[in-house]
Design a protein around this ligand. Structure first.
Ligand SMILES: [Zn+2]
Length: 498
């Protein structure tokens, strides 16, 4: 089966066929840097990172561009309210954004262009639009003449009359629906020289200029939040197709993620939730893996509720997964288990366990891919992995579980397979398991890994000697250091309580 995706432009699920074989060019609209980014802004970042990773997994070479809008009304307003130059604002929030995506571990975005570094490309494309008869100049402003571009509305599926903003009382424009390509500078505003005098670009034009510079016309995937369909993406299409007429569609597939919804009532009752709505605050308290798991457990086009309950649900589910992975890793690393002598009953049980595990090793990738091929159904794919993990957990938790080398080798392959597929979601399961060790010193205050291992050994000795008072004392001491123990036939596993 081939990958199908929902194309906003045609309002249909279509088979994905890139313009060039084996190569995908994608562009996603990035933030306007006048504030710290929110959980809402993080969704397209996490979703399109998953899209890019899955396309790479399918064998495509992907070029991924995400812009930053560093000149816009909101930035100027913020600079005025703080009484500083606009650069102070954009430097601060560009830096914060770069830190956020680093913390989120979104790597390898090929280009992250800034609008203010793209002025000559922007002027070029506006000039083309004017020369092709789609733009007009009024004073120092340039507007796009929507009446000249006959396909306007094709993305949002609206009629021009429905799109006119009744409150728009800009008398300069020939029609209310026309939008600014270049804005004349007001006194004190940041500005650049242009054929139309000093000014700055309108918001929409930078994406037409940047995508053309890095990806060319007719590239494969353009992404963004649902809220950008109109007017931003509609205007991007009009601009690009007016600048390069007769070349077909500006973009082959338009993908839009649903919004993150917050119930005002919940937000107003919970200061924590309000604080966590800012991504950098969220990431101080919770792991990037949790945020990705929470977001990708819902299909990218569906609305997503942001609430303590939903986050807690995701946290529990992720903990179940990591706890199983931790147990699997323990069994793989435990040498004693490899040399166990099994009874005939245990051997029989093991044969059936082996068959189950081998069946997963065969089916897991096709089942995962078949879910993802349905319009990047990450929720379904997470479900496929969860079922496999749950079944394997059932096997290894069994009282009569007695693995041999072959089983352990297969378990190792299973572990690598699961961890590899989770990487597509940007989730590092191996690290999630090891985080316990990394966070140990700070979280437990005083206990180090070696100390914990020694205490466990001491406790096991005490239990062997039936000195349960001592073994309980040690357990309590560890619990005081937030170390949880799990006694297994093969030994004792510990982890940090979260
Ligand atoms: Zn854009």
């Amino acid at each position: 089966m081939a990958l199908k995706l929902y194309n906003t432009l045609t309002r249909k699920k279509e088979e994905f066929i890139p313009a060039q074989e084996n190569k995908v060019k994608m562009y996603v609209c990035g933030p306007t840097v006048y504030n710290f980014i929110s959980i809402g802004n993080a969704r397209p970042i996490i979703v399109f990172n998953m899209v890019r990773n899955y396309l790479k997994y399918l064998g495509y070479k992907v070029i991924f561009v995400q812009n930053i809008t560093d000149i816009e009304d909101k930035i100027i307003n913020k600079a005025n309210s703080e009484g500083v130059d606009y650069k102070v604002i954009t430097d601060r929030y560009v830096k914060a954004f770069m830190e956020d995506i680093k913390t989120l571990e979104i790597n390898d975005i090929d280009e992250i262009p800034l609008a203010t570094k793209m002025i000559s490309e922007i002027i070029d494309i506006i000039t083309r639009i004017i020369n092709n008869g789609y733009g007009y100049v009024v004073g120092g402003n340039v507007y796009f003449d929507v009446s000249k571009y006959k396909s306007y509305g094709k993305l949002s599926g609206q009629k021009i009359d429905e799109m006119k903003d009744a409150d728009d009382i800009d008398f300069e424009k020939q029609d209310k629906i026309d939008f600014a390509l270049w804005k004349e500078a007001k006194p004190g505003e940041p500005s650049w020289d242009s054929p139309w005098g000093k000014g700055r670009p309108g918001w929409h034009i930078e994406c037409s200029a940047m995508s053309n510079k890095y990806l060319g016309f007719g590239f494969d995937i353009h992404g963004g939040g649902l809220d950008l369909i109109f007017p931003h993406h509609e205007n991007e299409i009009a601009q690009s197709e007016a600048a390069f007429p007769g070349r077909g569609n500006f973009v082959k597939y338009w993908m839009h993620n649903g919004m993150v919804e917050v119930k005002e009532r919940k937000m107003s009752k919970s200061d924590g939730l309000k604080e966590d709505w800012i991504l950098k605050n969220f990431l101080k308290k919770r792991s990037p893996n949790l945020l990705k798991f929470y977001m990708l457990s819902t299909h990218y086009r569906s609305p997503l509720e942001f609430s303590d309950e939903k986050l807690e649900e995701s946290k529990k589910a992720l903990e179940k997964i990591t706890s199983t992975i931790r147990n699997i890793k323990f069994i793989i690393n435990n040498k004693d288990a490899k040399n166990q002598k099994a009874s005939p009953e245990e051997s029989q049980k093991l044969t059936s366990d082996k068959e189950k595990l081998k069946a997963f090793l065969i089916s897991i990738k096709p089942d995962f891919t078949s879910a993802m091929d349905k319009d990047f159904n990450s929720a379904g794919a997470i479900g496929v992995l969860f079922e496999a993990i749950k079944t394997v957990n059932g096997i290894i938790q069994g009282t009569d579980f007695a693995p041999d080398r072959e089983f352990i080798n297969d378990l190792d392959s299973f572990y690598e397979e699961i961890a590899g597929l989770y990487n597509i979601f940007g989730i590092d399961l191996k690290r999630e398991v090891c985080d316990d060790l990394i966070g140990l010193k700070t979280e437990t205050g005083s206990l180090g890994a070696e100390e914990i291992e020694n205490l466990i050994q001491e406790r096991n000795e005490a239990r062997k000697n039936k000195d349960f008072r001592k073994s309980d004392e040690i357990r309590d001491k560890l619990l005081g250091g937030k170390i949880l123990l799990e006694d297994r036939k093969e030994g004792t596993i510990w982890r940090v309580q979260k």
